[in-house]
Write a protein that binds this ligand. Structure first.
Ligand code: C2E
Ligand code: CA
Ligand code: CA
Length: 424
């Protein structure tokens, strides 16, 4: 039985590693308690047939010789899930944690330790995928899926080597002047058979691998090279890049950014890093340090997908952030549902009063645009104005960048003072 805690990292991040260590001890005690209850006779006998072990990090393994039926395993798992659901007391804080459990049986699924652990781990991963805090038994199909993910990972690795990755760019518009004020770099894979793929199509498969680090580096390097190219051509356009959450937290991240900027010799002010709400706000100490170093370099920070996570607003206001990007799921209903309207309005006011620029992403209709403008939203992004486009197409739009006369065809929505009043 392979047990991986759900939400352990959050406790570690929020309360610090010494409290995390304490929690591990408490977890181990509860696991031993369950096992002792279920297998009292075996444990107290001369030959110990049950082993509870910490496997590493927040992973535990329970090995039961002669467990009997799958039924017994399910019962044990249920008891573990139940006992872990009770809050743990850490100093003055009470924390709640869950677990994802995978089970494999000998001899059906393997007859040595290594094989059983691997298969129980595969089953555990399935439990995580299905929504955590549950138990799954190993099945052949799961291993097939794990192998498929491995294949996909290799494919992405090779695609990278073959130069099939490309950055597209989606313009962001100043909501008042309707001029392009920056662009967001979005990763695409020009797949020889499947066409142009978005990260949503291939990130899930590589999420668990170290490939994401290599992709992040590739993305940052190419985005900064494009910034430098535009800057040399007299087009200083700020470009934002997305960075995977765990990358942002690494100690080396700020020096990576510094070295890439040095390599391409661009103005750091033209680079913006988009950090998802969860990544940025969940680990305040680390992020204060890293984001602080980035802003010292001159790079700015945007909080992405704002409104979908569980932000601790006290943490948020400490961070050196220049933009809050309101998640597009919140925008969807602002035309029809008063609650959605109030929510977005409130986030924009919050951003404004904290000194952040508010950005609305996923603007698809004229009406949404008008509402957002009337709410005082600073920046707009969405299919209404432009889909993500290639770098060559982006360059063709340069005449619509700040201070340049003329406007590209696709921006038909420039507001006059008159219809701004109508929108209000
Ligand atoms: P995101 O950062 O929230 O990026 C915005 C996504 O919304 C993009 O999808 C964009 O095409 C889409 N979008 C923009 N306007 C509209 C609209 O009006 N309507 C609708 N329905 N969608 C709109 P995309 O490019 O498929 O990217 C999906 C996600 O993948 C991104 O979400 C981001 O989290 C991730 N991603 C993209 N590029 C990178 C990258 O280079 N590195 C990393 N780590 N993640 C990336
Ligand atoms: Ca983004
Ligand atoms: Ca987003």
């Amino acid at each position: 039985m392979f047990i991986d805690m759900d939400g352990f990292k959050q406790v570690n991040d929020a309360l610090g590693h010494s409290q995390g260590d304490k929690l591990l001890v408490l977890l181990a005690e509860r696991l031993k308690m369950v096992v002792r209850h279920d297998f009292a006779d075996q444990i107290e006998g001369a030959d110990t047939n049950v082993v509870v072990a910490r496997f590493g990090g927040d992973e535990f393994v329970i090995f039961v010789a002669n467990s009997g039926s799958g039924n017994a395993a399910q019962k044990l798992a249920n008891r573990i899930l139940r006992i872990l659901a009770d809050p743990f007391q850490l100093g003055s804080k009470s924390v709640q944690i869950g677990a994802s459990i995978g089970v494999a049986f000998a001899p059906d699924h393997g007859d040595d330790f290594r094989e059983l652990i691997r298969k129980a781990d595969v089953a555990m991963y399935q439990a995580k995928t299905l929504g955590k805090n549950r138990c799954e038994f190993y099945r052949e199909a799961l291993l097939e899926a794990a192998r498929e993910a491995e294949r996909e990972e290799n494919e992405v690795r090779e695609a990278m080597a073959r130069g099939e990755l490309e950055l597209y760019f989606q313009p962001l518009l100043d909501a008042r002047t309707m001029e392009i004020c920056s662009a967001e770099a979005l990763l695409r894979w020009n797949h020889p058979k499947r066409g142009v793929l978005s990260p949503c199509d291939f990130f899930p498969a590589i999420k668990r691998s170290n490939l994401t680090a290599a992709i992040d580096e590739w993305v940052i390097n190419s985005a900064v090279s494009k910034i430098a190219e535009l800057e040399r051509a007299g087009i200083p356009l700020m470009i934002a890049v997305n960075v995977s959450p765990n990358r942002l937290e690494t100690l080396e991240f700020p020096s990576l950014i510094r070295s890439v900027i040095g390599r391409w010799k661009c103005s750091p002010q033209l680079l913006q890093i988009e950090a998802t709400e969860d990544a940025a706000v969940s680990n305040p100490q680390v992020n204060l340090r890293n984001l602080g170093k980035l802003t010292d370099l001159g790079v700015s920070i945007a909080i992405d997908d704002f409104g979908t996570g569980y932000s601790n607003l006290a943490n948020l206001i400490m961070l050196p952030v220049s933009r809050l990007k309101i998640d597009r799921s919140l925008l969807k209903d602002i035309e029809h549902r008063p609650e959605a309207y109030v929510l977005v309005q409130t986030i924009i006011s919050l951003a404004n009063s904290l000194g952040f620029h508010s950005v609305a992403e996923g603007v698809e209709t004229e009406r949404q645009m008008q509402i957002l403008q009337s709410m005082g939203c600073d920046v707009l992004q969405g299919f209404l104005f432009s889909r993500p486009i290639t770098f060559e197409q982006l360059k063709l739009l340069h005449h619509s960048f700040p201070g340049r006369p003329g406007r590209p065809e696709f921006i038909k929505n420039k507001l006059t003072p008159a219809n701004r009043r109508v929108a209000a």
